[in-house]
Design a protein around this ligand. Structure first.
Ligand code: NDP
Length: 435
């Protein structure tokens, strides 16, 4: 996944005071800054695939803070297709190549989606105008997952991160994207590199939505469900900082290909949440890096923190640095080696099992936020969405078309009727329940 990408270095500068929510030094005062690295990518295509494919975009950020690296593995969409990590690989298989033919296959994709109502919100995003960004500079990033911040008083806050492009959202139609792909498969990689070479440094404003810990128990939306957003009216985003990308890598393989992001990299004052998809990614990302790059991937220049590193990890293949010389690598010890740091102990979770409870299908409502997204589109965006869906669903078996269009109808009748009309489906068929 995320095989084709582009990356650049930059700076993150704190512009909004969130020090009461977190003890992370980076956020201790407005004006603090750190070096960072960003990698953007398509998801499903291979290394040589077209940049302008309709696909979510990876939006991975590495902040080299004075307390160690903070990595965020976001996307350009605020939600995802599944909420159960067990379904992650099923979903990916449905989007990758058919094992029999070696071809990408619309029937596989829609078969899975039309049997997975929780994917509707993200499907609506993917087939909207924002499904093909004009460039990596012209798209937003989202943590998608709920993370947390905690302060010196032991208070925890649930956090959604938003990274809003200051270049403005710009998108490509299917036709524009196909024309570009015909002439330049590397259009987005080239755009990012060229803009930085020309001194046109792309910038994003970082914002957060903040939910006090106890509100997770009573909020009407499951706060750890990756298929849902927190409406802005409930938790208004506040400004935190500015990202500026201003330096191209000198060597693509060393710095972009070997960049390794892992959501478990967080300095004190930040933490994860009970979001089960995030819990799975905490394990799977470093696992992928060990396989893809090698056991010592974290010591490579692009991945290495800019502050001193005190790790007890030693040896392994391609141990290319000094292997920590003779430093003691166990605790407790009698030789001035590592000691526990109780001062950076994360507060215990105060929420009950109720907020943690996760039912993959039962009791979930999968339609209203997809409907809200449809209704905030203007007429042109609605027409693009419906046209894109009709194009992609055209050749799939009738039974799958009907099953999927019922979901669109449940999100909003006009949405479902528009797709049904485009596909020539009977309205009576799609007005039945999609469940
Ligand atoms: P709001 O009216 O407050 O809109 C929230 C966001 O919707 C804005 O950040 C805006 O991003 C984004 N948006 C606007 N037009 C589009 C579009 N055509 N396609 C995709 N995103 C768009 O509403 P709510 O917070 O109540 O959310 C309503 C729906 O908006 C949600 O169901 C979700 O699908 C979508 N959304 C919500 C987000 C959230 O965090 N609440 C984030 C992104 C999307 P921008 O300022 O860049 O235009």
């Amino acid at each position: 996944m995320h095989a084709k990408g582009a990356g650049a270095y930059g700076t993150f500068t704190v512009t909004g005071d969130i020090s009461k929510y977190t003890r992370t030094q980076l956020f201790s005062k407005v004006g603090n800054s750190c070096e960072m690295f960003a990698r953007f990518s398509t998801v499903a295509g291979e290394m040589g695939s077209a940049d302008t494919a309709r696909d979510p975009r990876g939006f991975a950020l590495k902040f080299y803070t004075d307390e160690g690296n903070w990595d965020m593995v976001g996307n350009n969409t605020p939600v995802f297709f599944v909420r159960d990590p067990l379904k992650f690989s099923d979903f990916i298989h449905s989007q990758k190549r058919d094992p029999a033919t070696g071809l990408r296959d619309n029937t596989m994709q829609w078969d899975f989606w039309s049997l997975s109502p929780e994917s509707l919100h993200q499907v609506t995003t993917l087939f909207s105008d924002r499904g093909i960004p004009a460039s990596y500079r012209h798209m937003n990033g989202y943590s998608s997952h709920t993370y947390s911040l905690w302060n010196n008083e032991g208070e925890r806050y649930w956090i959604k991160w938003h990274i809003k492009t200051l270049q403005g959202i710009q998108t490509l139609t299917n036709g524009e994207a196909a024309d570009i792909a015909g002439g330049d498969l590397d259009y987005h990689r080239r755009d990012l590199h060229t803009a930085i070479e020309l001194g046109e440094f792309p910038r994003w404003q970082v914002q957060i939505q903040i939910m006090p810990e106890h509100e997770a128990e009573s909020y009407h939306i499951h706060p750890f469900d990756l298929t849902k957003v927190w409406p802005h009216d409930d938790y208004p985003p506040i400004e935190v900082g500015i990202i500026e990308l201003n330096r191209n890598p000198k060597n693509y393989f060393a710095e972009v290909e070997q960049a390794a992001f892992e959501p478990g990299n967080m300095p004190p004052g930040m933490s994860a949440s009970p979001d089960k998809m995030l819990q799975a990614r905490l394990l799977s990302y470093p696992d992928a890096h060990r396989y893809r790059i090698g056991i010592n991937y974290a010591a490579l220049d692009v991945n290495k923190p800019r502050c001193p590193v005190n790790t007890s990890h030693r040896d392994g293949q391609t141990r290319f640095d000094g292997n920590a010389d003779g430093a003691v690598n166990y605790e407790p010890n009698s030789f001035g080696g590592p000691e526990e740091s109780p001062g950076v102990k994360e507060p215990p979770l105060k929420i009950s099992g109720d907020a943690d409870r996760y039912s993959h299908r039962d009791g979930n409502e999968d339609y209203s936020q997809a409907g809200a997204l449809y209704r905030l589109m203007n007429d042109d965006q609605k027409a693009q969405l419906i046209g894109n869906l009709v194009g992609a669903l055209q050749e799939v078996p009738h039974v799958i078309q009907v099953r999927q269009t019922r979901y669109f109808y449940q999100a909003d009748p006009a949405y479902g009727e528009g797709v049904a009309e485009g596909l020539g489906l009977k309205l009576d068929d799609i007005r039945q329940s999609g469940d």
